[in-house]
Design a protein around this ligand. Structure first.
Ligand code: CP
Length: 312
């Protein structure tokens, strides 16, 4: 089967076979980053615009590295340094970018649905790099890649996701993706951080952290997104950490070969203790490494026109 999607906007719109194809392609891309010369000519002549209207370290740099490793040209604009500060709308900005003939626009935006809005209006492929609290598909795909690489499968695993679910686009995309690929997903958070109806995405809500972690193959921790919270959703960070922080004692409830994950940025000592974050169970930095390969795969599949990895 051929990958025919123009845009990568969310996990909901990807079929399981498309997710598998993306993960297979990313796995094939991974060795390019191990070469002395980390570059292949696959996307030579293609233009990729990185349009980030929110701060980012991992996502922006890895999309940039991914494009350059495939020999595409990249251009970067942000809210603070573009004419958005002069009042230009998102759609007008997108149409002006389109007029310069990019092949792919990667968009991170504080409003849920912004990438979907521009995808309908531009010929370029649009990749959602995180929109509001809605979706972060490339993060979920690199998370699935990382789990599949370590465990050899996703189906049948118990995945626990713990933290500020309400404000997390990563949680929504991961719940959808892992459950679509046959895992059992359990979530846990203070009641104020669990959105109504979240179970519809394909998860169960655990009554407490111990019940959530019990028997888990993967424990994924999320930070508290203070920048998206309109009001204080828990009394103190110390109290949050006592009830919902991951430490060595709690991790003993999981499977012996548990993987600890975090999309970053971490708040050490709040949702995760440093000794767990830096332990042998942790694959947090391997997630970042896989992020480059995964984003190379996305560029290749939407802009390369073939699903075979060019290894020239
Ligand atoms: N995981 C993630 O989206 O990190 P950044 O905000 O640094 O891109």
């Amino acid at each position: 089967m051929r990958f025919e999607k123009k845009d990568i906007l969310d996990i909901e719109s990807l079929e399981p076979w498309e997710i598998s194809m993306i993960l297979d392609t990313a796995q094939g891309m991974k060795e390019i980053s191990e070469r002395p010369v980390k570059k292949v000519p696959t996307l030579r002549g293609k233009t990729i615009v990185l349009f980030f209207q929110e701060p980012s370290t991992r996502t922006k740099l890895s999309f940039d590295a991914a494009a350059k490793r495939l020999s595409a040209d990249t251009h970067s604009i942000s809210a603070g340094t573009s004419s958005i500060v002069k009042g230009e709308t998102l759609i007008d900005t997108a149409k002006n970018l389109e007029a310069m003939k990019p092949d792919v626009i990667v968009l991170r935006h504080p409003s849920s649905g912004a990438p979907h809005l521009i995808a309908k209006r531009v010929k370029a492929s649009v990749i959602n790099a995180g929109d509001g609290i809605h979706a972060h598909p490339s993060q979920a795909l690199l998370d699935m890649m990382s789990v599949r690489e370590k465990k050899g499968k996703i189906a049948g695993l118990k995945i626990s996701i713990i933290g500020d679910i309400s404000h997390s686009r990563v949680a929504r995309s991961d719940i959808t993706g892992f459950s679509k690929m046959g895992a059992t997903v359990s979530i846990c958070a203070p009641g104020t951080m669990i959105p109504k109806g979240i179970e519809k995405l394909g998860c169960t809500v655990s009554p407490n952290m111990e019940a959530c972690i019990e028997g888990s193959d993967v424990v994924m921790m999320l930070r508290i997104q203070k920048e998206r919270q309109g009001s204080i959703l828990f009394p103190t960070e110390r109290e949050y950490s006592t009830l919902f922080g991951l430490n060595r004692d709690r991790l003993k409830l999981a499977q012996k070969d548990v993987l600890v994950m975090h999309p970053g940025p971490m708040n050490r000592g709040v949702e995760i203790s440093s000794d767990v974050a830096d332990s042998d169970c942790s694959i947090i930095l391997e997630q970042v490494t896989n992020g480059v390969a995964l984003r190379m795969a996305l560029f290749y599949l939407v802009a390369g026109g073939s699903r075979h990895v060019d290894s020239h």
